[in-house]
Write a protein that binds this ligand. Structure first.
Ligand code: ATP
Ligand code: MG
Length: 412
């Protein structure tokens, strides 16, 4: 892609009300555009990052047997009334509206009830189970505070997965496989080392649910973390009783600020009972479905990655999710850069080519702000060599074309 063709050029104009570092940097670098607090547009550049994050999640969800679908945003009131979650006293983030005939609809903030309502229409026998489905869907939540940029949206992209299982054993096996899949996802996204499976408040059936919490100074949560003992507990549930349960003392933990990037939940048969979600078992009797739900905040993860890796010059994308692999700048000799752009593109390398008529210094500054992993420079002075600057480490090398291709391929 030629940078001259990207409409969202870097800018110094950041909305005065924007407080979050992640949104400031993403706006400055042209990845997102602010509509209002907690509501952002994603430019073609920003969408490339989101799509790469989604693809990593998709691959891991497919690996454990998930099937992708897409649920509607408009939801029926009657479906949520069955569990009392239409009630604004119970769920305080609803956006609601009305159809022309005066009947009420809700904008989906989650999809447990609608999923049950749909699958109910297909599920008859135990032979149909398990059913594990997921989607990438824009959730609407009327959040009270939306001061964390894309980390807390009033409209945000979530991956939500739902499991319908025969019994507790089948549920548990899948639940455990999701924990492993999530660990692989956060590893691949570059935040694995700082992301911890955390005990959080449970539900109707279990003592705990599990959150995936990433150490991040811009997060809104606190966890008690014991790296030695490999235990993390959400601040909200820390108590003498919990310490006793884990046979630990408070001194075993450090309290750290985190962002919740994922959350997994066992509903047991509670919701199925409320919604009459049943199947016929081997013995011909009706039985309640075991239900689980598993979220990842896709746009929140993008914000967390920005916050964790950025430096004072701008963004730094992990290679797996960078919108382009290399940022190409030509000095002095335009033909040389044009040729390299063609050659790299032909090799399947994702190149962002800064073909603008600007001083090199301005292009260097934009390259740093935009945060592509490798900056390539060609110039008469470098002859046949290409200067390769690693955005993260600052290391510089001069490589031939084939050395560069080898390097890029070895990073995939
Ligand atoms: P939080 O406690 O941060 O409000 P939650 O418990 O409401 O999160 P869930 O309903 O479990 O979150 O949603 C699943 C995932 O979606 C969360 O783990 C988080 O990563 C993400 N998420 C939740 N709310 C938002 C939001 N307003 N903006 C962006 N991502 C969100
Ligand atoms: Mg919430």
């Amino acid at each position: 892609m030629k940078y001259s063709q990207i409409f969202s050029k870097t800018t110094k104009n950041i909305p005065a009300d924007e407080q979050a570092l992640n949104a400031k940097l993403l706006i400055q670098a042209g990845y997102v555009n602010k509509v209002m607090a907690g509501v952002y547009n994603y430019t073609p550049l920003g969408l490339r990052v989101l799509e790469k994050i989604k693809q990593i999640i998709r691959e891991e969800m497919d690996t454990i047997g998930g099937q992708e679908l897409l649920m509607s945003s408009l939801q029926r009131k009657a479906v949520w009334q069955q569990t009392d979650r239409w009630n604004d006293q119970v769920v305080d983030v609803w956006f609601k509206s009305e159809l022309k005939d005066g009947s009420q609809v809700g904008f989906g903030w989650s999809h447990e009830e609608p999923i049950v309502e749909m699958i109910k229409q297909y599920l008859t026998s135990y032979k149909d189970l398990p059913i594990n489905v997921y989607q990438f869907q824009t959730k609407m939540r009327n959040e009270l505070r939306a001061k964390s940029g894309i980390m807390r949206g009033r409209e945000f992209l979530m991956k939500d997965m739902y499991s319908c299982s025969l019994d507790q054993a089948q549920h548990q096996a899948f639940y455990d496989s999701v924990i492993e899949a999530y660990n692989r996802i956060f590893d691949r996204l570059g935040i694995g080392e700082d992301t911890f499976v955390t005990f959080a408040s449970g539900g109707a059936f279990t003592d705990f649910s599990h959150e995936f919490q990433t150490v991040c100074s811009a997060g809104e949560d606190y966890i008690y973390l014991s790296k030695d003992k490999k235990v993390a507990v959400n601040d909200e549930i820390m108590s003498p009783k919990i310490l006793e349960q884990f046979n630990l003392t408070i001194d075993d933990f450090e309290r750290v600020k985190t962002a919740e990037v994922g959350n997994i939940f066992n509903f047991g048969t509670h919701k199925s009972e409320q919604m009459n979600f049943k199947f016929t078992n081997k013995d011909g009797q009706t039985q309640l479905v075991h239900l689980g739900s598993y979220g990842i905040g896709v746009t929140r993860v993008m914000g967390v990655i920005v916050e964790k890796f950025a430096d004072n010059k701008g963004l730094i994308w992990p290679e797996q999710i960078a919108p382009y692999q290399v940022y190409l700048i030509g000095i002095g000799d335009k033909q040389k850069a044009d040729d390299l752009y063609q050659k790299l593109t032909a090799q399947g390398v994702e190149v962002l080519y800064d073909d603008r008529d600007l001083r090199p210094g301005q292009k260097f500054a934009d390259a740093e702000l935009i945060g592509i992993p490798y900056r390539l420079v060609v110039s008469p002075k470098l002859a046949d060599k290409i200067e390769v600057l690693n955005r993260q480490t600052g290391a510089v090398e001069e490589l031939t074309f084939s050395q560069l291709i080898d390097k890029i391929n070895s990073r995939k």
